[in-house]
Ligand binder design. Structure first.
Ligand SMILES: Nc1ncnc2c1ncn2[C@@H]1O[C@H](COP(=O)(O)OP(=O)(O)OP(=O)(O)O)[C@@H](O)[C@H]1O
Ligand SMILES: [Mg+2]
Length: 336
């Protein structure tokens, strides 16, 4: 749901495209992706494995792993434009404007330095945020309190001395240290046990309320998406295929056949018992994409046109966007 009365988006991503070289050719992991996020929104990014979610998340903070490269696109944050043609500019976003939390398994901490040393290092590199390192440490302590961790337990500890759940909470707090406007989280709960998954999601929700955070999180957990996200973006084989309010996407407003298939593939206890409908086939190899719509070979609604022409993402007045010849044509017929 888009908050009532919200005006300009906080973040606007336009035509973001990321390539990885592959032999003499290249793999386009993110292909002309455009979307908007409003201030204080929680935005979920979903899609099957290999669809380009992590690559997109990394691109937002200028951290696409080499040899990957942002080859096109623009990012507008609070009216400031950052262009992919200036990687230095784009990287300047990282930390201070857009914070990043990596997948739990790879926390991003240096294993041979204490957490406190690493926090001090960040604070010294960004004197513009706090008047002194002591003031920055006090803010770090305050954030630790919000995620229910005592500073005495964390400050002198090495990464390996913390449990998975603690490490992930410290990673979130560290990403928030420089007071970014947007926090990007790549599968923040995937490597955690069920209880810690719940705890981290609840704490993120509290941080969102207390700090007025805007969040973009990548996840495979559609139950969490339905529960916490205002807006949902769905990627398929490098392209954004549908985006809109979570209530619409998980309710009757959902349009793209892939999104329906993805939601129906989640084990859910319905009135008639357990229902799981797997999606037949696999995500195509990005180096050998089928012609037309990338989902067409697996799509139960596909028509001849779908295997010939790639559908464009079409957005309606409410901000709901979908890339599908069949549903866009049906909508057009209904509205005329
Ligand atoms: N380091 C890399 N080198 C070469 N190609 C890569 C690299 N990282 C990603 N890719 C390409 O980009 C595609 C998308 O990868 P990405 O990690 O973004 O997917 P994902 O949606 O995050 O998947 P998952 O849900 O499994 O994390 C991959 O299928 C691969 O073709
Ligand atoms: Mg990923």
């Amino acid at each position: 749901m888009i908050p009532e009365g919200s005006t300009r988006p906080l973040l606007e991503v336009t035509g973001l495209t990321v390539d990885f070289p592959s032999g003499a050719s290249r793999v386009r992991a993110v292909d002309e992706v455009s979307f908007e996020v409003r201030a204080n929104e929680i935005c979920a990014l979903v899609g099957e494995s290999g669809c380009g979610k992590s690559t997109l998340a990394h691109a937002l903070v200028g951290l696409v792993p080499p040899p990957g490269q942002v080859v096109a696109g623009q990012l507008r944050l609070e009216g400031e434009t950052y262009s992919s043609t200036s990687p230095r500019e784009w990287r300047a976003l990282r930390g201070a404007q857009v914070g990043m939390v990596f997948q739990a398994a790879m926390s991003g901490f240096n294993p041979v330095a204490t957490i406190g040393r690493q926090v001090e290092h960040i604070l010294k590199a960004h004197p513009e945020t706090f008047p002194s390192v002591a003031a920055g440490r006090a803010y770090f302590e305050e954030l630790l309190g919000l995620v229910q961790l005592p500073v005495q337990r964390v400050w002198g500890a090495y990464e390996g001395e913390l449990s998975g759940g603690m490490k992930q909470r410290v990673a979130i707090v560290t990403a928030l240290l420089l007071k970014p406007r947007v926090l990007v989280l790549d599968e923040p709960t995937t490597a955690l046990d069920v209880l810690n998954q719940r705890l981290v999601i609840d704490l993120l929700r509290q941080l969102h309320q207390r700090l007025g955070l805007t969040m973009i999180f990548v996840t495979h957990d559609l139950a969490v998406v339905a529960d916490v996200a205002d807006r949902t973006l769905v990627m398929y084989a490098g392209r954004l295929v549908e985006s809109g309010g979570t209530r619409e996407i998980f309710g009757r407003g959902r349009k793209h056949p892939y999104v329906t298939a993805l939601i129906e593939a989640v084990p859910s206890v319905l009135e008639d018992g357990l229902s799981i409908r797997a999606i037949a086939g696999e995500v195509p190899n990005l180096a050998h994409l089928p012609p037309g719509c990338r989902f067409a070979p697996r799509c139960l609604m596909a028509e001849a046109l779908c295997s010939e022409v790639e559908p464009a993402l079409q957005c309606d007045a409410s901000g709901h966007a979908v890339a599908c010849h069949v549903v866009n044509r049906v909508d057009w017929r209904v509205s005329t």
